[in-house]
Design a protein around this ligand. Structure first.
Ligand SMILES: NC(=O)C1=CN([C@@H]2O[C@H](COP(=O)(O)OP(=O)(O)OC[C@H]3O[C@@H](n4cnc5c(N)ncnc54)[C@H](O)[C@@H]3O)[C@@H](O)[C@H]2O)[C@@H](O)CC1
Ligand SMILES: Nc1ncnc2c1ncn2[C@@H]1O[C@H](COP(=O)(O)OP(=O)(O)O)[C@@H](O)[C@H]1O
Ligand SMILES: [K+]
Length: 494
């Protein structure tokens, strides 16, 4: 598990390290400059001539440290200070004085074509408004640069909280960020502007209790070790899933969800679907079936299913008709087991939020942003301006684990910890991916994880499977079904 912070949180962590732990600001800065120096060398960029653009704040001061280190190591380096002297922080003034003592080259103007690497140390997490005027022109000119661009902490112009572009932004090949990844480096469009992100330890420390809430975290491959199979387990110990999915003309969603659940380790699966799909399940004999006919009332059979199952899933491909509504009502009124609600079932939740809140067990909702927007009347644009906070607030209001699916999926149970997912790629933006995710989350729930854990691990695994499938098949050609086999391989590897 790794922590991610907003720029505001980072500034508090810097302050705590300096004021409470007693590490001088200049020491942190020296480590910051050194870590960028090392990252640039490691990347193997051509370092014939380097230009460092500095603002007047401490991001600029990091840039001057870097210039000194490069100069001392014998690299031809120019520094151009774009910020006004009257705005220099005391650290920036100090670094300029030190730099002058070491004889580094300060230039007043430059031609970008003379350089092989340009370092952006104009603004860091202190950027507080849109970039305009002369600075904007310079940043836009950098878009034409043919060499490599390295951003210090965050590309100038990217909002460190939302990833939004404030006026204009530097497009970096490499961003060396300090202490923790910043949300703005991972949310789009910031993620595209940051290029490769390297996180450098510079000695930031704060007692956990002073960390401003909500805390944001993400998973990496090692976290999948939590999905461990019991050596002496039997099919009962890996959980029983009742999945209500598919409808008269829709078979694929039920198949993909069910297959994803079984192939990520669930013990038993019963699929409740329309009778017409029965023949199609002949290629999936591992699944048991509970079939209904048009307008048939299967409340009794479903109740028995609720008794049998450890977890319940409803939604993929069930449609929006009367029968689908009645299935959802039966689940909400008679189900007692942990429940995953997806796709069409989310579309029918609008008048049923009280029932949702009263459900006697954990509920996980997995809307994509369109479904989220229709359910909450919050526009996608508004969500994107504050995805962390809005996801947390709605999760709390609805008393659910809310999985807002996007290129960067955000998950919250309304509590202080928010999950931001970094695995996955645009190859997953194709029909059926969401159905696969539902199956994976159900599987992890059935294997005993709580709602938040199952959602976060499931989303991480789903994205990691997407990354492996993209490597095997290519992002354009991969299909939702490819995620299922890839996930199996990933689980086996960890
Ligand atoms: N001692 C510290 O606090 C440390 C700071 N570090 C570096 O310092 C950065 C943060 O430094 P600062 O807080 O000084 O902030 P920045 O250097 O990011 O920029 C702040 C300055 O830019 C001005 N500004 C903001 N938006 C502007 C706009 N649109 N147009 C023109 N001017 C604008 C502000 O008024 C302020 O003067 C971090 O990103 C990191 O690179 C690191 O060296 C670690 C230690
Ligand atoms: N650009 C992307 N990068 C990473 N993941 C993505 C991207 N686009 C879509 N996804 C993921 O793919 C899944 C799509 O789900 P959904 O929209 O419900 O698909 P469907 O309804 O077709 O099954 C989500 O888990 C989402 O996070
Ligand atoms: K920067």
């Amino acid at each position: 598990m790794e922590r991610i912070v907003t720029g505001d949180q980072m500034q508090l962590l810097d302050k705590y390290t300096i004021e409470e732990m007693g590490v001088p600001s200049l020491v942190l800065m020296e480590r910051a400059g050194l870590s960028v120096f090392e990252a640039i060398k490691k990347e193997g960029f051509s370092l014939n001539k380097i230009l460092i653009l500095c603002g007047s704040g401490n991001n600029g001061a990091d840039g001057v440290v870097l210039a000194r280190l490069l100069h001392l190591a014998g690299y031809c380096t120019d520094v151009c200070i774009l910020g006004k002297p009257e705005k220099f922080t005391k650290e920036m003034q100090k670094q300029i004085d030190i730099g002058k003592n070491y004889g580094i080259s300060f230039v007043k103007s430059f031609h970008i074509s003379e350089y092989t690497v340009i370092v952006d140390a104009v603004f860091g997490v202190g950027l507080s408004r849109e970039i305009t005027g002369n600075l904007k022109e310079i940043i836009l000119e950098l878009h034409k640069f043919q060499g490599k661009i390295v951003a210090v902490d965050i590309p100038s112009g990217i909002c460190s909280r939302t990833g939004k572009i404030l006026g204009c932004a530097v497009k970096a090949d490499l961003t060396v960020t300090f202490a923790y990844g910043k949300t703005g480096l991972f949310l789009y469009p910031g993620a595209e502007y940051a290029g490769k992100v390297v996180i450098a330890d510079i000695g930031i420390y704060a007692k956990p209790e002073i960390l401003p809430k909500p805390e944001i975290f993400t998973y990496t491959k090692g976290d999948l070790k939590e999905i461990r199979r019991k050596r002496d387990g039997n099919k009962g110990s890996f959980g029983k899933i009742l999945l209500i999915a598919g409808s008269k003309d829709i078979f694929g969603a039920a198949y993909l969800s069910g297959m994803a659940a079984m192939k990520t380790g669930a013990g038993m699966l019963k699929i409740c679907t329309h009778k017409e799909n029965k023949v199609l399940f002949s290629c999936f004999p591992e699944a048991m079936l509970l079939c209904y006919e048009d307008d048939e009332n299967i409340t009794k059979e479903l109740s028995e299913g609720f008794q049998w199952a450890d977890v319940i899933g409803i939604g993929p491909g069930i449609g929006l008709g009367k029968q689908a509504e009645s299935l959802l009502d039966t689940v909400l009124s008679q189900g007692t087991k942990p429940l995953v609600i997806d796709a069409d079932a989310i579309g029918m939740l609008k008048g049923r939020t009280e029932q949702l809140k009263n459900y006697p067990n954990e509920v996980i909702l997995t809307p994509h942003l369109g479904e989220f927007s229709r359910l909450t009347d919050i526009s996608i644009k508004k969500w994107k301006e504050n995805p962390i906070k809005i996801t947390q607030e709605i999760a709390k209001t609805l008393s659910v684990v809310l999985v807002c699916k996007d290129a960067r999926t955000v998950i919250s149970n309304g509590d202080k910890n928010i999950y931001l997912n970094l695995s996955g790629n645009d190859g997953m933006a194709s029909a059926g991916s969401g159905d696969v995710l539902t199956g994976m989350i159900l599987s992890l729930l059935a294997q005993g994880k709580d709602g938040l854990k199952a959602a976060c691990l499931g989303v991480y695994l789903h994205g990691a499977a997407g990354d492996l499938a993209a490597k095997r098949k290519g992002r354009a050609a991969m299909l939702a079904g490819d995620l299922i086999d890839a996930a199996g391989q990933i689980l086996d590897e960890v």
